[in-house]
Design a protein around this ligand. Structure first.
Ligand SMILES: Cc1ncc(C[n+]2csc(CCOP(=O)(O)OP(=O)(O)O)c2C)c(N)n1
Ligand SMILES: [Mg+2]
Length: 311
């Protein structure tokens, strides 16, 4: 958390606002073509990351998806290094070779993210197996979208984690969409009942745009997973305000109505908490200015970096 001097609820809103302002800056910068990477924005979904990460301890681990700017930042990833990574610069968190979809900050427990849907879920389960074998009190957060639950590896991961009683908290960021496809035409199962079939306890939070509500849900689950050393699954309902990938809105495309966005926008604390937003915006914008300048001034990776870190 950037501002440990303020109370928790305000910190949560501060961090949510910070992520929103970072992504709004990406939208401004994108037409210049200096960002060398496709971007999957979290606008509307930021509170899932801030509420969840604030419920973890620094030593806990998070594995994310390609839509992970929010989780990278909420877990404490460095903003300058994220911006430089998007610019493809050598000072990026992955040396400028990974881009927006493959952010990582293992020094603060954000272990990685991937363009391959569901691919980090088994990584999280593996890390939880290591935590069990090492007898630590660490827990692991596996973050994925509702679409990822249709992948075979999701089912295998739930089964393995339940069978071996692993301290992994499965967190589904449920925006009800996979690209332009709605959950109702994709899934024959209910996410909670399905996890229940594996003997995994579940909870749902329907206010995924409020970091305080998310924090309450994830905190209770984290306490339980840490104490009982077995998995849990959370479904956090949320809404993607922007198009699947890119910087535009897409309510005109025809797969969802603009009216669906309205209840989420109206209840968005970043819309309703005007005083707080006005109070913190200037200092956050200064931080973002600094990160952009850092990215712009940083060198490109040299040819010598081409084969570095390649297994
Ligand atoms: C294994 C695999 N299959 C298909 C794709 C193409 N694809 C990219 S994003 C996406 C939708 C995923 O939806 P969800 O998991 O709900 O995440 P969201 O984009 O909603 O955050 C698909 C099918 C992919 N990247 N990887
Ligand atoms: Mg989705």
């Amino acid at each position: 958390m950037k501002r440990p001097d303020i109370d928790l609820a305000t910190q949560l809103l501060y961090e949510t606002l910070r992520i929103r302002l970072v992504e709004l800056r990406l939208i401004q910068l994108y037409p210049s073509d200096r960002i060398q990477s496709p971007v999957h924005l979290s606008i509307g979904q930021e509170a899932v990351a801030t509420g969840a990460c604030a419920a973890l301890r620094p030593g806990d681990l998070v594995f994310g998806s390609y839509r992970s700017h929010a989780f990278y930042l909420a877990k404490g990833g460095d903003l300058r290094q994220m911006m430089a990574e998007l610019y493809g610069k050598a000072t990026g968190c992955c040396g400028g070779k990974a881009g927006s979809m493959h952010l990582a900050a293992p020094d603060v427990g954000f272990m990685g993210s991937s363009a391959i849907v569901a691919s980090t879920i088994p990584h999280a389960v593996g890390a939880a197996l290591a935590a069990r074998r090492r007898h630590t009190d660490q827990i692991v957060l596996a973050v994925f979208g509702d679409g990822a639950t249709e992948e075979g590896v999701y089912h295998e991961s739930l089964n393995f984690a339940a069978l071996h009683q692993l301290p992994v908290l499965f967190l589904c960021e449920n925006n009800g969409l996979a690209v332009h496809s709605r959950i109702s035409v994709r899934q024959s199962y209910d996410l909670l009942e399905h996890a229940d079939a594996y003997g995994i306890p579940t909870r749902r939070c329907m206010r995924g745009n409020d970091p305080r509500a998310v924090h309450e849900t994830v905190s209770a689950a984290a306490v339980r997973v840490r104490a009982e050393r077995r998995p849990m699954l959370l479904v956090i309902d949320t809404y993607r305000q922007m198009e699947h990938v890119g910087i535009g809105e897409d309510h005109h495309v025809g797969y969802r109505a603009a009216a669906e966005a309205e209840p989420w926008r109206r209840s968005d604390p970043l819309v309703t908490e005007t005083e707080l937003v006005a109070r913190f915006t200037p200092e956050i914008l200064r931080e973002i200015d600094d990160a952009v300048a850092f990215a712009e001034e940083s060198p490109w990776p040299g040819a010598d970096a081409l084969l570095a870190d390649v297994a």
